[in-house]
Design a protein around this ligand. Structure first.
Ligand code: OGA
Ligand code: MN
Length: 281
């Protein structure tokens, strides 16, 4: 049976019309992977997976990332997304950064392909998650701008990620952040699929070989373009939801909520399948 889906907005997002059993049996896995690349975000409502089911579903889509390293979850691959230190002290440490537009895992040689998120506890207001389609944002640029951006590279740092979120950071915080790798990536990613996307994230510190003022202007202009309403889908969570995003062709951010309220999302992540590659030729 073919998988039924409808667009969430014209430029980003697909809602599946399916059941938990159908998601678990893996028969739609290839189509869901294709939809992720085509639409950036895929959701299904009323699924109500428990952790084991969420993990099993994630595994139908690719190789599960497991391990205890920061942000990687436990041995089963489960990571609890929460700003509550009681729920996940390691994640809470970096939570402030998730309110800014970002790609996950820009400190790894191969950033994760996709993540499956499902809420367990929700606040009464706020706490939505937004996604911006960086394939569509690239494709809408003028051709001369596309060609120019394809020649540029940018440096990604943990300081760039965290300083806007923690403006009163102490020197000890900087020391920890400075220990992260500071990779340089092209601004335009040539994917295996043939699509190209903008590699933008709060982790971008500066454009290489460009005056700092021009670098800032360029990055701010690109970020404003890529997060314009037409490229953004805002997900208002309901218990039972399952949401998957292509981490390589979208950015995402959490929206604010009352920190005194609980909010816990359970997350499983798929290993990356390709490095951020420049456009050649
Ligand atoms: C993440 C993330 C956003 C949210 O899980 O990587 O950024 O809304 N989550 O909690
Ligand atoms: Mn994130």
């Amino acid at each position: 049976m073919t998988l039924q889906w409808t667009p969430l907005t014209p430029r980003i997002g697909a809602q599946l019309h399916t059941t938990a059993a159908e998601l678990l049996d893996g028969s739609h896995a290839q189509q869901i992977r294709d939809l992720l690349v085509e639409r950036g975000v895929v959701i299904a409502r009323g699924i109500g997976f428990d952790d084991e089911q969420q993990r099993a579903f994630t595994r139908t889509l690719g190789d599960l990332r497991v391990g205890r390293a920061k942000g990687r979850g436990d041995e089963s691959g489960l990571l609890k997304v929460s700003m509550d230190r009681q729920v996940n002290p390691e994640y809470a440490e970096y939570f402030a950064g998730t309110f800014f537009w970002h790609i996950d895992g820009t400190y790894e040689a191969i950033p994760p392909f996709a993540t499956v998120l499902s809420p367990r506890v929700l606040p009464p207001d706020g706490g939505q998650t937004e996604f911006a389609n960086t394939y569509a944002a690239y494709e809408d640029l003028q051709e001369d701008e596309q060609r120019h951006l394809e020649t540029l590279q940018a440096v990604h740092t943990m300081v760039a990620t965290m300083y806007p979120a923690v403006p009163d950071a102490r020197i000890e915080d900087f020391k920890v952040w400075m220990d992260y790798p500071q990779p340089t990536y092209p601004i335009v990613w040539q994917h295996k699929s043939g699509r190209k996307s903008l590699v933008l994230s709060t982790s971008v510190s500066h454009v290489l070989g460009v005056h700092p003022v021009d670098s800032r202007a360029l990055l701010e202009g690109l970020m404003a373009h890529a997060t314009a309403d037409e490229y953004v889908y805002r997900h208002s969570w309901q218990l039972g939801d399952v949401l998957i995003w292509d981490n390589t062709g979208t950015m995402h951010r959490a929206r604010p909520y009352d920190p005194d309220c609980d909010r816990v999302l359970h997350r499983f992540t798929l290993k990356g399948e390709e490095p951020i590659a420049a456009v050649t030729g």
